[in-house]
Design a protein around this ligand. Structure first.
Ligand SMILES: [Zn+2]
Length: 390
């Protein structure tokens, strides 16, 4: 397919506002091991635009050529059964470069369609292992998008979240097994007016964001202007944002290399568990998610150690859906308290110590999470590389 024939995708960096959503998507693109992102919002809030736009922006991936699962040539321990066998037989493992895949999962998808199927008869009769890849195979190294995830079969959601967490899809039937890597960015969206997810499933999404309508008149003008410009000449509009797209793409690529080197102290861990314990969040998933997301955020800003501000920005994405499912359920109190705790953490970041280098960023970013910010949020974001305004 040539470029001209492809539908032009709205640039990620042209999205106005919605900092939390952009942050959640970027962090999960830096480290897919954080887990899935749930975006809740009404219709027409650009949820699918954002997911598509992110996939279009991500750096190309190197894959083993001819592998049906897009194995990573640089990570043999994650290889599929077929690549392993090729390698064991002394075959060369050729490499090619592909765009980041974007896979849209239909709401009617069955478990077989998602995980793939092993042909047992063929195995028994001919002694050949025959595996028909499913959605998880096409999503490997890419972004798996599920619109209206609340309407999907619970069991299928379960399987998807399992694979996303493990980074692997293992299919076993009657003593025969097949494994392939399934590392992908999982983005589910839902309209809360059309029913909720069960609390157990909710907790398995690592990060969640509630999309709120934008009330700032200037931002609304910007949204209108950009929509009109995109509609009238999508290619020219994309061209205009190309430098920003490339810059963000390169920043994500750098962060992916850095994220495993980002360090943290026992004090950082205690800060995380203090926060989750105070908010009465059950289980330990939230603690791990906050740590991973904080490391990804530090890597995104090119740092090799996490700060209280990284923890606060990660908690803002990891906790709201968990606080709502806990003892604070059905009360506004929980979320208000959470906001207060997080603001305190952000404040701690500017009190000298390890956070000296943060002060400038802090000023620019400290209001992004506040709902009741007196000034327009976008105006506080000038030095932020995500900020699309000129
Ligand atoms: Zn492979």
């Amino acid at each position: 397919m040539t470029n001209k024939m492809m539908r032009v995708i709205y640039p990620f960096t042209a999205i106005v506002g919605q900092q939390r959503m952009r942050r959640a998507l970027i962090l999960s693109a830096i480290d897919t091991r954080i887990g899935g992102v749930l975006i809740r919002g009404e219709r027409g809030t650009a949820k699918s635009t954002a997911a598509r736009a992110l996939a279009a922006l991500l750096p190309p991936v190197q894959v083993v050529k001819d592998c049906r699962f897009g194995c990573d040539p640089n990570s043999p321990i994650t290889w599929c059964t077929e690549c392993r066998e090729r390698f064991d037989h002394g075959e060369a493992v050729p490499v090619e470069t592909l765009r980041t895949p974007f896979v849209n999962l239909p709401v009617s998808a069955t478990e077989d369609r998602v995980v793939g199927t092993l042909d047992i008869e063929k195995a028994i009769q001919k002694g050949e292992r025959s595996f028909e890849p499913g959605v998880l195979a096409s999503a490997n190294r890419g972004l798996l998008y599920i619109d209206e995830v609340n309407l999907l079969d619970d069991h299928v959601v379960d399987v998807l979240l399992d694979s996303a967490a493990m980074g692997m899809n293992i299919v076993e039937r009657e003593g025969i097994s097949f494994a392939h890597p399934a590392r992908f960015i999982l983005v589910g969206t839902m309209n809360p007016e059309e029913g909720d997810l069960r609390p157990q499933l909710l907790d398995r999404f690592a990060l969640s964001v509630d999309i709120l309508g934008i009330l700032d008149p200037r931002q609304r003008v910007q949204i209108m202007e950009r929509n009109i410009a995109f509609e009238s000449d999508p290619e020219a509009f994309r061209e205009e944002f190309l430098p920003k797209e490339q810059e963000l793409s390169a920043q994500i690529a750098q962060a992916r290399k850095l994220v495993d080197k980002v360090s943290y102290t026992p004090r950082d861990l205690l800060m995380i568990t203090n926060l989750t314990a105070r908010m009465q969040v059950d289980g330990h998933r939230a603690d791990l998610v906050i740590l991973k997301a904080a490391r990804a955020h530090a890597a995104f800003e090119g740092r090799e150690a996490i700060t209280p501000r990284d923890i606060a920005l990660a908690a803002e994405l990891a906790l709201p859906h968990r606080v709502n499912a806990g003892p604070f359920r059905h009360s506004e109190m929980g979320l208000t308290q959470l906001e207060e705790q997080i603001e305190q953490l952000k404040g701690a970041a500017s009190e000298g110590g390890a956070a000296e280098d943060e002060s400038q960023q802090e000023q620019s970013d400290s209001k992004t999470g506040q709902k009741k910010s007196p000034s327009p949020p976008e105006s506080n974001l000038a030095p932020n590389p995500l900020d699309p305004s000129p």
